[in-house]
Design a protein around this ligand. Structure first.
Ligand SMILES: *Cc1c(COP(=O)(O)O)cnc(C)c1O
Length: 394
């Protein structure tokens, strides 16, 4: 465990806790509780739990700790807390900090369940939320109030792939004494140093790239020791959002190959976006790595690659788009992302169906918009698959 290790070394070795058996591959501690050597030891552990002492797996577990320590090191954060799902992480980051009377400023282009928490849940507990255009720093500035506690943004929005200026938003947020929470799923911990850009708390759905093979749900929150071991841990351990040790182990092993996978997927995404740009069946090819993307310069400054997700706005509305989706042979229709398998989603009729047509129009979610999560298949096969499916529209 050393600060001089580079990313790939950290991803393979950081955080390992080897048992007395000296196992090479990290152990799965599939246990709810822990036996205390004495009554005195139990008492002492409840007063102050040491780093390698455990009480109950809703609070902490050795396999889960390995995953947390590894991702905290990757992200450059002081501490991390793993959760059952990405939504448990988002929910915990917000509810552990906020109380009635507080105010939140949030980008309006959000993952559906994040939008539900901010639009419906928080206001019902007396927390007011102001939604802004995530790419417009002036709107962030104008929305801040003395009682603003949190600014919330997805680094790259789902599904329209707008890129948020993290350091710009962090500066505005900190000037009004609030904390910036960034949902970094689409940017990935590989391509963006979100804490270094000024975020206070980074949240992941580990379900996506961190697992990367579509097996387990999981989430993780990274931040400073004071927040993670304080408000966040207190909230999570009493409200029950703990991750299963088995799922944490899948995520831990996923981290070993995260850098390799994300880079391969991002290289393919750029190749596919480049090949499709200007295609006669497509109105718009959206990918932060393309120069035509409205925030391309920001993305190039802030990220080391354009990400692994592309959005296409297909001509001819829902009918044409459904023909395209049904004609794909390799790319599977599913709403996950970050998987080894390439996946395609039609947000207007699935993940964002709940929104009114006006709201969808406002967010740029047209009837022709599809989101493609680029997997680990050969990029030429993927380009051929998309091309043949586009041809079948007519
Ligand atoms: C998937 C996702 C979530 C929720 O994660 P789950 O693991 O499905 O609970 C939150 N935010 C973003 C941006 C996501 O893509």
């Amino acid at each position: 465990m050393t600060d001089t290790w580079k990313t790939r070394t950290k991803l393979v070795h950081e955080g390992t806790r080897r048992s007395q058996y000296g196992e090479v591959s990290e152990a799965i501690f599939m246990t709810q509780g822990y036996v205390y050597p004495s009554a005195e030891a139990a008492e002492a552990r409840f007063i102050d739990r040491g780093d390698d002492e455990y009480i109950y797996s809703r609070y902490a577990n050795p396999t889960v700790s390995m995953f947390e320590d590894r991702i905290a090191a990757l992200e450059g954060g002081e501490a991390a807390f793993a959760t059952a799902t990405g939504m448990a992480a988002v929910n915990g980051a917000l509810f552990s900090t906020l109380k009635a009377g507080d105010h939140v400023v949030s980008a309006k282009a959000l993952f559906g369940s994040c939008l539900y928490i901010l639009e419906n849940l928080l206001p019902s507990f007396g927390v007011e939320v102001t939604f802004v255009e995530g790419t417009d720093l002036e709107q962030w500035r104008a929305a801040m109030r003395p009682e603003t506690k949190i600014a919330f943004v997805e680094a790259i929005s789902n599904p329209t792939l707008e890129v948020a200026d993290i350091s710009g938003i962090a500066e505005i947020t900190h000037a009004s004494g609030a904390k910036l929470v960034v949902d970094n799923v689409f940017a990935t911990p590989i391509f963006q140093r979100t804490l270094e850009l000024g975020a206070d708390v980074v949240v992941y759905s580990a379900t996506k790239h961190i697992d990367g093979q579509g097996r387990c749900l999981g989430g993780v929150v990274i931040g400073d020791e004071e927040f993670i071991r304080g408000d966040f841990e207190t909230y999570l351990k009493h409200t029950g959002g703990a991750i299963s040790p088995f799922n944490a182990w899948v995520m831990l092993k996923g981290l070993e190959t995260l850098d390799l996978r994300c880079r391969a997927q991002a290289d393919s995404a750029l190749a596919i976006a480049t090949a499709l740009e200007g295609h006669p069946a497509v109105n718009n090819t959206i990918f932060p790595g393309l120069e035509s993307h409205p925030q391309h310069a920001l993305a190039a400054r802030q990220m080391s690659a354009g990400g692994t997700v592309i959005a296409l706005d297909i001509k001819g509305g829902q009918d044409a788009t459904f023909k395209f989706l049904n004609a794909l042979e390799i790319i599977l229709l599913s709403n996950n992302l970050g998987d080894a398998k390439s996946l395609v989603t039609h947000p207007a009729t699935t993940t964002h169906q709940r929104l009114s047509p006006e709201m969808r129009a406002d967010l740029g979610i047209t009837d022709g918009l599809v989101r493609i999560s680029v997997g680990l298949e050969d990029k030429d096969d993927l380009i051929a698959d998309i091309s043949q499916a586009l041809e079948q529209i007519n």
